[in-house]
Design a protein around this ligand. Structure first.
Ligand SMILES: NC(=O)c1ccc[n+]([C@@H]2O[C@H](COP(=O)([O-])OP(=O)(O)OC[C@H]3O[C@@H](n4cnc5c(N)ncnc54)[C@H](OP(=O)(O)O)[C@@H]3O)[C@@H](O)[C@H]2O)c1
Length: 227
């Protein structure tokens, strides 16, 4: 797959987009001009979330609610924001709808109650599990694991960078473009094997939040010119 060969992205589905992180990403991308399909197991819940986002933005946005499979089927690119406990079933459901597409996996393999302890799955990461389930016809890219939803549902600049990793460089480039559209700074963090660090960092940040009494600590890459 090459970046040029990928069709232009106009429609983004967010599976589990009724949740905290999904709504935040939907808000940012809708404001950047994308057509957003909020996916849910319950279409009416998805529609309510879509209306909530439009109300918050106070401007006309192209956001609609949909059943998860329909959203995935209609989209040019699919983003998954579900709790880890629902990750395997969600990815399995998505198999027929995401072939030939980039799948942005935002899932962090948290295992409650010890969510501030890194507990990676045997495959190495949620992203590697997703790639194994979806097969080689879909390109899984990890991104946004370290961005708290608290940062996304408003228009302020975010003091946290986005690490992007996945097995296909062109797919990573596509996702880096989408990161830029959210107003955040993204970095190519390399192959999918590096997802262990990106996903694991979230537990470190959750622990820092608790120990320092803050809501949403983040990370910044230094030593590389920005812009
Ligand atoms: N929250 C954050 O700040 C944050 C930051 C970085 C990464 N993440 C990661 O992003 C993912 C989503 O986080 P979140 O806080 O947005 O989660 P959430 O609000 O708890 O859940 C997101 C959505 O997942 C769907 N869902 C829940 N249980 C499900 C199940 N058993 N099967 C299918 N769908 C199910 C629900 O949608 P429906 O009921 O509408 O189907 C729900 O609205 C997690 O993996 C989390 O670790 C979160």
């Amino acid at each position: 797959m090459t970046e040029e060969a990928y069709p232009p992205i106009t429609t983004i589905a967010i599976i589990g987009g009724t949740g905290k992180e999904g709504k935040g990403l939907a808000y940012r991308w809708a404001k950047a001009g994308y057509h957003i399909l909020i996916g849910s197991r319950q279409p009416e819940k998805a529609q309510a979330a879509a209306e909530e986002i439009c109300l918050l933005a106070q401007e006309p946005l192209h956001v609609e609610g949909s059943h998860n499979p329909e959203a995935a089927e209609r989209a040019d690119l699919v983003v998954v924001t579900v709790p880890y406990a629902a990750h395997r079933d969600t990815m399995t459901m998505l198999v027929p709808y995401v072939q030939g597409k980039v799948v942005v996996d935002v899932t962090v393999p948290l295992v409650p109650p010890k969510v501030s302890r890194v507990q990676m799955p045997q495959a190495g990461s949620a992203a590697q599990e997703a790639q194994a389930i979806l097969g080689e016809g879909a390109w899984v890219v990890d991104a946004f694991q370290n961005i708290s939803h608290e940062h996304l549902l408003h228009d302020e600049p975010v003091e946290c960078d986005v690490l992007v990793c996945g097995g296909n460089k062109a797919a990573r480039e596509i996702v880096l473009g989408l990161v830029e559209k959210t107003g955040l700074v993204g970095w190519d963090a390399g192959p999918i094997e590096n997802a262990v660090v990106v996903e694991g960092l979230t537990s470190v940040l959750i622990g820092i939040n608790k120990r320092y009494g803050v809501q949403s600590s983040g990370i910044r890459i230094t030593g590389v010119p920005r812009g």
